[in-house]
Each structure stands twice: as C-alpha cells, then as structure tokens.
Design a protein around this ligand. Structure first.
Ligand code: F6R
Length: 241
C-alpha cells in the first residue's frame, strides 16, 4: 500500500480529487466507486470546484456507492442517496440515472444485493474507489468479524457503529440497525483504491490497517492484499505510523 501523509485535511482532499479528475479526464465514461461519511466531503467539494472551473466533465461518468442504511427512504436526509445528491451529484453534471446506491427500500434484500453486484460487473468494474475507514477498521459496512461476506449483502450494524453514526440522527434509536454494503471482494474489483483518513480519532485504525495482522478483525487490513491502494491521510491520522 502506498502511503501519503498530507499536512492538512484540505491537502488530503485536494490530492484525492486530483486522482479522480485525472482518471475521468483519461476515460470520460469511467466508473467511480464512492463513499459517504465526513471524510470524503472535502474531496467532493474539490470535485465540484473543478467541475465549476471547467477542469472536469461528469457527463459520461457512472458511479456506484459502497453502502446504504436499511431500511431507509432516499428522501430521508440521513440516507446515503440523499448525502450523495446533496454533496456531489446535484452540484455537477453527472447523469443521476447513472449513479447507483444500494436500495434502502428493497423488499427482497437478497435479490437486490445480487442485482447490485451484477450491475458493478455489467458496468465493467470500478475504475477508482474512494474509501473511508471506521475507528474499528471497518470499510463500507464490513465490520470486524471472524469472517466477512465477499459480495454486496445486508448486515447488522455493530453497537460501535450505531453509536458513531447516532450523531447524525435525533437519537441512537433512530439509527437504522442494518445496512446494505458492498463486500470486500466487491471492493477488490476496483482497479484502483484510494483510502482516506483524517484526524487523531483514526490514528489507531490506520496503525492497525498498515502494521497489524491482515485479519477480518480489521477489514481495512485486507486492503494490503490489493495491488493498487493509496492511503492518503493527514498528519493527525498518521500519528502512530
Ligand atoms: C461510508 C462508509 C463508512 C465510512 C466510515 C468512516 O460510505 O462506508 O465505512 O467510510 O465509517 O466514516 P467517517 O468518514 O464519517 O469518519
């Protein structure tokens, strides 16, 4: 894994956006793998800035998102569909019909996950995937466990994640207890992966990802097995490396 330590969150976000812009400019019909959470917001702001400055065109770009709460409606402000529209899609010229987020309203969850996975393949795989990292080393909603599901699946959220995400909801009780998420093998289908980490709160997870055992107990550590992963972090997240 290539490791880049940046002075600040702003620098980290700019570098991540530059990687994406370069790929889009090389391949106008590329497939982006996107994530939600606080960490990629700065990168999305840079992408919008670049779009407005005429440096990048999203007209032919397609995207797949890592995960979504379940159940949740797309108009719920806490849904990841809402997040993506708000932070990125509504601010540039991507064709919304070409943006995919797991279906938080699916009635047949297993079928919906299978279709999501097939769609990633039908799109020709992901050219570049951005990831955040959980304090417990999760990626997407692949939480530390003895074994992990390879492909898109429904999963129970851990108490840890429910608590971490409750900051976005009125109360902890309002946080959905399940999520749909791409699995580790779905993520590994990406030709290039950029994982972002910012702030001291992520320093332990970054240390475990890079220096500990490669184990499903730290899902991010599995990324060391992928041939093209770049970790971009700020100084605070790099405190223990
Ligand atoms: C979001 C996702 C999560 C986050 C992780 C870090 O789509 O899949 O794994 O990347 O929980 O979240 P933040 O960036 O809010 O610290």
């Amino acid at each position: 894994m290539k490791v880049v330590i940046k002075e600040s969150y702003a620098d980290m976000s700019r570098m991540a956006a530059d990687i994406f812009v370069e790929i889009i400019n090389q391949k106008s019909e590329c497939v982006l793998g996107l994530a939600t959470g606080d960490t990629p917001i700065g990168m999305y702001e840079c992408l919008v800035e670049d779009y407005k400055a005429g440096k990048v065109d999203f007209a032919g770009v397609k995207s797949v998102n890592l995960d979504e709460y379940y159940p949740i409606t797309p108009d719920n402000e806490q849904s990841y569909r809402y997040f993506m529209n708000y932070h990125l899609f509504d601010k540039m010229n991507i064709n919304k019909a070409d943006t995919y987020v797991p279906d938080g309203q699916a009635t047949n969850v297993a079928k919906s996950c299978e279709a999501y996975e097939k769609n990633i393949d039908a799109l020709g795989g992901i050219d570049v995937q951005v990831l955040g990292i959980g304090r417990n080393g999760h990626v997407g909603f692949n939480e530390p466990d003895c074994e992990l599901y390879p492909y898109t699946h429904v999963t129970d959220l851990t108490a840890n994640t429910i608590e971490a995400n409750s900051r976005f909801f009125e109360s902890e009780d309002d946080v959905p207890k399940q999520a749909l998420t791409m699995g580790i093998e779905s993520i590994f289908k990406a030709r290039k992966i950029v994982i972002l980490a910012s702030g001291e709160g992520k320093a332990e997870a970054v240390k475990a990802m890079l220096g500990g055992k490669i184990t499903t107990k730290c899902p991010a550590s599995l990324l060391r097995l992928h041939p093209d992963v770049t970790l971009i972090c700020d100084k605070n997240a790099a405190k223990f490396i």
